[in-house]
Design a protein around this ligand. Structure first.
Ligand SMILES: [Ca+2]
Ligand SMILES: [Ca+2]
Length: 507
């Protein structure tokens, strides 16, 4: 049965609209958190954590993004600021904190200019009302933003959220610490609510609310369904509520929520959009008294790192490419390697070490370290010999690749050895055409090609069989276009081996 009571419904909708607008309008969407990750656990060491933050309107300043950690089984929590990690595409924020012998739990709070996204401690034993250490405060609601001539109880100054496997918990705080449900026995009446929406339910006009109210014959506390299309609402279930320590505590069963038609079973996004609100019923002339928090994205999760066996990471697909020439004295190395950790641990150390100098590497937006993530960095180098390796650590185990030597000062490295020889000399660098002379020892199929620094063939100059030959490169590619100025390699390939020479083409 749906009840029509526009005054209360409208007030509830004022609080609810924040949530539904946020869940349907991209600009008002709270920041999205994804890829909650941590390093390996070393007792008495440090844990590094990170989280991807997207859909954010204003990047959080220091103090507006925090990780909270507990090493005493959630009895106390310590906040440390999150900082954006350089070289990571897509916005990845991280923090590092000490860990005890028995493991560490942590959650995140990230705020932008209008809303917050956060996870929370776990209330696994269903303590009700939950103490503050078993809930999280998104930290966006203050007192003083609502003028309430009646009693100020409608001015929220905070709310906290928690969860267990069975319940969603909310604790509302107001300026007065009292929670009257009416002013006189003839009204007006007040309602206090936590509005919650499943972003995956696909019903933009509907939301559910845990409501604390006592309007005789009309509305009592419970779980309500609210329809923003016609301001109707209906009571669809019970909640638990209690006033304690000046706060209003409410909880509702997660199975009750997910059994609702417009809430739905599935929540693959892993978060609810929610906000707290107050409302006054029956009177239309009391002015602005309802208060509501911003819409928040609440992730029902507590992350942890516990002592145990660590699987070391491995590095694969190491690669180097010269991406650009810088004048005639330098080039840019693009170094890349794939990092894979069976535990999904993020790399605390991620370096390409070139000639003994470490360069911090970055990755793309995908951070599934168990599946493997490509890291890369670009390093300016001179046209000389260089040695590099990759150095990574998951926080417990460090892995280093075999050093690789690259010669930029003379020939392209030729790991297969060579018995064919380019014998000609030509102007290097060349501003015009290049004449190539060579002699092949055997009458075997051979070719001479021009390659660019990325290893792509630019032009086939000649192919044939053994003997003495001369051919010319006019500085153009296969399609006749003038090749760009830069470093190229002339490569002779025959059945007896390969040889190559560097050409610097000037324009
Ligand atoms: Ca307030
Ligand atoms: Ca590991």
């Amino acid at each position: 049965m749906r009840t029509r009571m526009p005054a209360l419904a409208t007030s509830l909708l004022a609080a609810m609209s924040v949530v539904t607008v946020a869940s349907t309008t991209r600009d008002a969407t709270p920041p999205a958190l994804d890829d909650f990750r941590n390093s390996a656990h070393v007792p008495y060491g440090h844990l590094t954590v990170n989280v991807d933050v997207t859909d954010i309107t204003v990047p959080p300043a220091s103090g507006e993004a925090s990780a909270f950690y507990s090493t005493d089984a959630q009895a106390t929590w310590t906040g440390v600021p999150l900082a954006e990690i350089p070289h990571y595409e897509g916005g990845t924020w991280g923090a590092s904190f000490p860990i005890g012998e028995g493991g560490v739990r942590y959650y995140f709070v990230v705020r932008d200019d209008s809303s917050a996204s956060f996870s929370s401690p776990s209330n696994g034993n269903d303590v009700f009302p939950p103490p503050p250490n078993l809930t999280a405060d998104p930290g966006t609601e203050t007192g003083g933003d609502v003028v309430d001539p009646l009693n100020n109880s409608l001015d929220l100054d905070g709310f906290r959220v928690g969860y267990s496997d069975s319940f969603l918990y909310a604790t509302l705080s107001n300026v007065t610490g009292s929670w009257p449900t009416y002013h006189t026995i003839f009204g007006p009446w007040f309602a206090y609510s936590l509005v919650v929406d499943n972003p995956d339910a696909g019903a933009d006009s509907f939301a559910y609310a845990l409501v604390y109210a006592d309007v005789p014959l009309i509305a009592d506390s419970g779980l309500y369904f609210v329809d923003s299309r016609d301001t109707s609402y209906s009571r669809v279930g019970d909640i638990d509520y209690q006033l304690a320590d000046g706060d209003l505590h409410m909880r509702c069963s997660l199975s009750d929520l997910h059994a609702q038609t417009y809430f739905g079973e599935d929540n693959p996004s892993g978060y609810y959009v929610l906000g707290a609100g107050t409302a006054v019923a029956w009177t239309a002339n009391l002015g602005e008294k309802a208060d509501s928090t911003c819409a928040h994205a609440y992730y029902r999760r507590t992350d942890s790192a516990m002592p145990g066996q660590n699987s070391p990471p491995c590095l694969s697909n190491r690669n180097h490419v010269l991406t650009a020439e810088q004048g005639t004295n330098g080039a840019v190395f693009r170094l890349s390697v794939d990092y894979t950790d069976p535990d999904g641990h993020l790399p605390v150390v991620r370096e390409a070490v070139v000639d003994g100098v470490p360069h911090e590497m970055g990755s793309g937006p995908q951070h599934d370290y168990a599946a493997g993530v490509a890291f890369s960095v670009e390093v300016d180098v001179t046209l000389a010999d260089h040695e590099y390796c990759f150095l990574f650590s998951d926080g417990a185990d460090t892995v280093v690749t075999q050093p690789v030597t690259i010669s930029l000062g003379s020939d392209v490295p030729d790991p297969d050895g060579s018995s064919a020889a380019l014998t000609a000399a030509w102007p290097r660098p060349s501003a015009g055409s290049v004449t190539v002379s060579f002699e092949l020892p055997a009458a075997a199929p051979s070719s001479v090609d021009i390659y660019d620094v990325r290893g792509r063939r630019v032009r086939r100059l000649w192919s044939g069989t053994g003997g003495r030959h001369t051919c010319e490169w006019d500085g153009r590619d296969e399609t006749g276009r003038r090749a760009a100025a830069g470093v190229y390699f002339l490569r002779l390939t025959s059945s007896s081996g390969t040889d190559s020479e560097k050409i610097v083409l000037l324009r």
